[in-house]
Write a protein of this length. Structure first.
Length: 222
């Protein structure tokens, strides 16, 4: 195992609640619609632009906005979100993640963030975790978002490693598909029934260890 490629939301910290609150705020302000709790799953693991398209469709306003107007709405949502995530602290790191990062660093395994979030640098800074990561892939530099493999291929390139020599960590169906398509070994956090495409599924981040990742790699590398 020559590298570990991390998603951010739902793996290192849970900013999904901040994302959904920001989208809810925008949907109410811009479209006058209330997003139901069940809609949160529709937005998991996809880009800001794709999320906005789904909300516009939910509001039955397809075709009503110019590209420039949609870009302005996406920016407004991000401003809502950035204001919220400034409240993050190291207490918001998910269970087991800090010991995992310490163990991987001690073994000399490079780590890269492969997240659709354009705010990943700010989030890692708030969590005081930036020093563990060799690089952060900027989603603006990636041609296609998840479930396409581009972001995980780019993450492996950042550490000059073949993706097939890496383990990827994800909590979404789209993310697992992206890891698999990149040729890396997928380890997923969540419900095994939903994430059955992953090589290994653990119920929570607390179950993640460096040994588990090494074993997953040895067993499932292509």
């Amino acid at each position: 195992m020559d590298g570990v490629l991390f998603d951010l939301d739902g793996v290192i910290t849970d900013t999904a609640r901040f994302h959904f609150a920001a989208w809810r705020q925008l949907a109410q302000q811009a479209f006058g619609v209330s997003l139901p709790d069940s809609f949160e799953a529709e937005l998991k693991g996809i880009s800001r632009e794709a999320s906005l398209q789904r909300i516009v469709a939910f509001a039955q306003l397809d075709g009503q906005y110019t590209v420039a107007q949609l870009a302005a709405l996406a920016t407004q949502k991000n401003e809502n979100y950035v204001a919220a995530i400034k409240q993050l602290t190291a207490a918001d790191i998910l269970p087991g993640i800090q010991p995992l990062l310490v163990a991987l660093k001690a073994r000399g395994v490079p780590m890269v963030i492969a997240s659709a979030s354009k705010n990943a640098p700010l989030i890692l800074d708030r969590l005081a975790l930036s020093a563990y990561f060799t690089a952060i892939v900027n989603p603006n530099d990636v041609h296609q978002g998840k479930p396409a493999p581009d972001i995980f291929i780019a993450a492996a390139q950042k550490i000059a490693v073949n993706p097939r020599k890496c383990v990827g960590l994800e909590d979404s169906v789209a993310g697992v598909a992206a890891i698999n398509a990149a040729g890396a070994v997928s380890v997923a956090i969540g419900h095994a029934s939903e994430l059955s495409a992953a090589a290994v599924v653990v119920p929570t981040t607390a179950a993640l260890t460096a040994d588990l990742l090494e074993q997953a790699f040895e067993q499932y590398q292509h």
